[in-house]
Design a protein around this ligand. Structure first.
Ligand code: PEP
Ligand code: MG
Length: 468
């Protein structure tokens, strides 16, 4: 994905992890075009009507309409995006002058803060240029893709304490570097760092591929040296950890509580990065967020470990950096027990991707292409609930959690970091629900600013007409 100029997939939906990574990188992406038949071995795909596109052929994709073109379509840079990237030039055209005026007005009126979801220093710096007031979500598992994936694999598959510790020791300096970059780009602004939340299947070798490799080798049919002892051991472990529903499996806080040292390693890296920034004269404002909590006891257990590690690092480095500890609210049970969870959380951030997935009981990776158009025809919903928050069901959970969370802790800071944070209608909903901020991918930050301003203006207008 890093190498790609654009991304087209036959599977997945708007909030599948592939799509959120692409959006975060600002890459054009069309996800879940399930009429495409992908022939991996032949390195080609076939579109409806029989058009075949082979590796090396050029296609063009329109991320807004979802249209895919054969060949190259000429494109021009958007003057509005250029304005957000570089500010307004003296000779700006009429459109840019109007956008500039509108954005200033929206910023002056809005009550909602706007943060960005970002996993790198570079994206964070762009988010600031686009007007983000902080980072609402750093997905740390994205820091372990590419070459680093094997370190997480080693960690998950470690058979003893020494092996596990070796993998953690290799990961810690990489994490420290990642966090230092982001805290530097976001100096003086809050940065919510979410502890690792990897659905296991994204980090382990594919069960089928590995089974075939080992089976062929055992029958003498594979390539010479095709499967080693390591592959056989790996297969055993992958079988042991295989999950039918990885999105509902050993993820988030569950993984952190099961794999000793994992959260501690990340917290140590965050604390050292913050202490390094203080030494360099910076003003780091880290916030540590625990994912996938469903019960206050999970958060309490994680928090105890986090506080211990923070205390150790502050003692070791001699600098103490104020660090909030909070949680995602993305499991329905968390929303329904928000009053209890707020006892252990200094902030909430709604993960509306998972809350929608678990609230409706449909997989964010699979269902959009499978039956959503039929559901829209039938009027079950007007738009995918992964795109615009469903106000009656998932929204109701959000409202209950806001109310009960603040009853327990009146100063509870509350935001949203699911993809809905950058969707216009959903931003209006979050304004009405009394959230403090929305967080979305850097390229959607201007939209969120604009809509947050409109929500405030509309509310004021409705209030003044009510009082007349
Ligand atoms: C969410 O569930 O809304 C969220 C932000 O977390 P992720 O998309 O990484 O699961
Ligand atoms: Mg989530």
């Amino acid at each position: 994905m890093i190498a790609a100029q654009g991304i087209l997939t036959s599977r997945g939906g708007k909030t599948s992890h592939a799509a959120v990574v692409a959006r975060g990188m600002g890459k054009t992406c069309v996800c879940g075009a399930d009429e495409l038949e992908v022939d991996l071995a032949g390195r080609k795909f076939t579109a409806p009507g029989g058009v075949t596109v082979s590796e090396g052929d050029v296609i063009s994709i329109d991320g807004t309409s979802g249209v895919v073109y054969e060949g190259e379509v000429p494109v021009v840079a958007s003057p509005v995006v250029e304005y957000f990237e570089h500010g307004r030039a003296g000779d700006a055209d009429e459109l840019v002058v109007a956008v500039d005026k509108l954005m200033r007005h929206a910023d002056a009126e809005r009550r909602l803060g706007v943060r960005a979801n970002s996993d790198t220093g570079e994206d964070s710096a762009r988010a600031v240029r686009f007007g983000a007031q902080g980072i609402g979500l750093t997905r740390t598992e994205h820091m372990f893709l590419g070459e680093r994936r094997q370190l997480v694999e080693r960690l998950i598959l470690a058979s003893g304490d020494d092996e596990r510790q070796a993998a953690l020791d290799a990961l810690e300096p990489l994490q420290r570097g990642d966090f230092t970059e982001i805290l530097e780009a976001m100096d003086g602004k809050p940065v919510t760092i979410r502890l690792i939340d990897p659905p296991l299947h994204e980090f382990l070798p594919d069960l089928t591929e590995l089974s075939v490799k080992v089976a062929l080798a055992e029958n003498g049919a594979g390539e010479p040296g095709g499967a080693s002892d390591k592959d056989r051991k790996l297969l055993e472990a992958v079988r042991r950890l295989h999950e039918q529903n990885p999105m509902l499996g050993l993820r988030g806080v569950r993984l952190g509580l099961v794999i000793p040292g994992l959260f501690a390693m990340q917290v140590r890296a965050i604390a050292h990065a913050a202490a390094d920034r203080v030494k360099a004269g910076g003003d780091p404002q880290p916030e540590i967020m625990v994912p996938l909590v469903g019960a206050v006891q999970e958060l309490e257990a994680a928090r105890e470990e986090i506080e211990q590690v923070l205390a150790d690092v502050w003692k070791e480095t001699g600098s103490e950096v104020k660090t909030l500890i909070g949680t995602m609210i993305e499991v329905p049970r968390a929303a329904m027990t928000a009053g209890q969870i707020a006892q252990a959380a200094q902030f909430f951030s709604f993960g509306t991707n998972d809350l929608t997935q678990m609230g409706w009981g449909f997989s964010r990776d699979d269902v959009e292409g499978a039956f959503f158009s039929r559901y829209i025809d039938l009027g079950v919903f007007g738009v995918s609930p992964f795109e615009t928050l469903d106000p009656d069901g998932i929204g109701r959970m959000v409202k209950i959690a806001v109310k009960e969370g603040r009853e327990t802790r009146p100063d509870l800071k509350i935001g949203v970091c699911g993809e809905h944070g950058g969707d216009p209608d959903s931003v209006h909903f979050f304004h009405g629900a009394g959230l403090d901020y929305v967080s979305c991918s850097p390229f959607r930050v201007p939209v969120a600013r604009l809509e947050a301003g409109r929500a405030a203006v509309l509310e004021a207008a409705a209030g003044s007409s009510d009082s007349r």
